[in-house]
Design a binder for this molecule. Structure first.
Ligand SMILES: Cc1ncc(COP(=O)(O)O)c(C=O)c1O
Length: 330
């Protein structure tokens, strides 16, 4: 069935019909997203380490396809798209921006992404090529706690000033973690044949860890969840250090889903990233951080089944990898 309808045509059909068309297209997108492979990466101290290869997702080649589509689906169901000028705005350091842009193009919806200017030109272009509008703010990767978190503040200002802007806020939107509660969590449970004992993940919005952990703990309350924090002033796209950046509402309201917190510095994360490249996984640096942390947890818990995620490919944060990993300035 061909459900592609151009935005101009959208304006000629009734609101009810257009939201049915959007939802049908979302259903098609959801069929393509998720169900990513889980692979055995390493054995350490009798413990097995597995990684879920989230770069198999089709829109952004990252884990962010999952929350992007869930958030848009919920907004359409709530009737938020009520004019042809409706534009979804969101702050992102890359991956959500790419996922949002591609999903928006497929659905025939406008999107606008605000990214920190520290994000490299290639990533900027990668977002722009999806067809979305992109604006930059002077933020770093981890905006300071008591100063303006520029990208989020800019989106908020635009949203408040313009009735056509729709801000779903990935940092507080429950549909962000619901995507993992209904998707990634059950997938891990079944792919490990219920053997998973630890879930270990770096956190940005926290949606991935909160959603997976909420699902796994309902299946087996003994499963331990470990949140990994990058160092202060880190250079890992997509992650946040909560002692210097605001802790997102998703994490604040779901602290009970997290049992342990560990820190990993850039140097260890970058070295682990190059180790993964040598194994044939061309992933971004958050995957290196996850792999390093997973090995620590595996060492401390003999005979465990540790699951982590490789969230994206190295192409999504190319400049950063060029400067800090290949350039070895860490
Ligand atoms: C590469 C990468 N790793 C990890 C994360 C963290 O995921 P979450 O925001 O669900 O905590 C993100 C989020 O953008 C990301 O882009």
């Amino acid at each position: 069935m061909n459900v592609f309808v151009q935005p101009q045509i959208m304006s000629l059909v009734s609101e009810d019909t257009s939201s049915k068309i959007y939802l049908e297209k979302i259903r098609l997108l959801k069929q393509k997203i998720g169900k990513t492979p889980l692979v055995h990466i390493d054995t350490v101290n009798g413990s097995s380490i597995y990684a879920k290869l989230e770069y198999y997702n089709p829109l952004s080649h990252s884990v962010k396809d999952r929350p992007a589509v869930y958030m848009l689906e919920d907004a359409i169901k709530r009737g938020l798209v009520n004019s042809e000028n409706a534009t979804f705005v969101e702050a992102s350091s890359g991956n959500l921006g790419i996922a949002y842009g591609r999903a928006g193009k497929f659905l025939g919806l406008k999107t606008l992404i605000v990214i920190p200017s520290v994000v490299g030109e290639k990533t900027f272009k990668r977002i722009q090529e999806t067809g979305t509008s992109v604006e930059k703010t002077p933020d770093g990767y981890c905006p300071l706690r008591n100063e303006r978190d520029g990208a989020i503040a800019k989106v908020k200002d635009m949203y408040l000033d313009d009735p056509n802007k729709i801000w779903l806020d990935q940092y507080s939107n429950e549909n962000n973690y619901k995507a993992h509660l209904e998707g990634t969590g059950p997938e891990i449970w079944h792919q490990t044949e219920k053997r998973v004992s630890h879930i270990v993940l770096g956190v940005g919005t926290g949606g991935t860890l909160v959603g997976i952990s909420r699902y796994l703990k309902a299946e087996n309350p003994d499963i331990q969840s470990v949140a990994v924090q990058p160092q202060k002033g880190h250079h890992i796209q997509g992650l946040r250090n909560y002692s210097e950046s605001l802790e997102p509402a998703i994490v604040r309201k779901n602290r009970d889903t997290i049992d342990h917190w560990i820190d990993v510095c850039d140097k260890d994360a970058f070295e682990a990233t190059t180790e993964l490249w040598r194994k044939g996984y061309f992933v971004g640096t958050s995957s290196g951080l996850n792999y390093f942390a997973a090995k620590q947890i595996a060492k401390q818990n003999r005979g465990s089944t540790v699951v982590t995620l490789f969230a994206d490919t190295c192409l999504n944060s190319f400049k950063l990898i060029q400067d800090y990993v290949l350039g070895k300035s860490f």
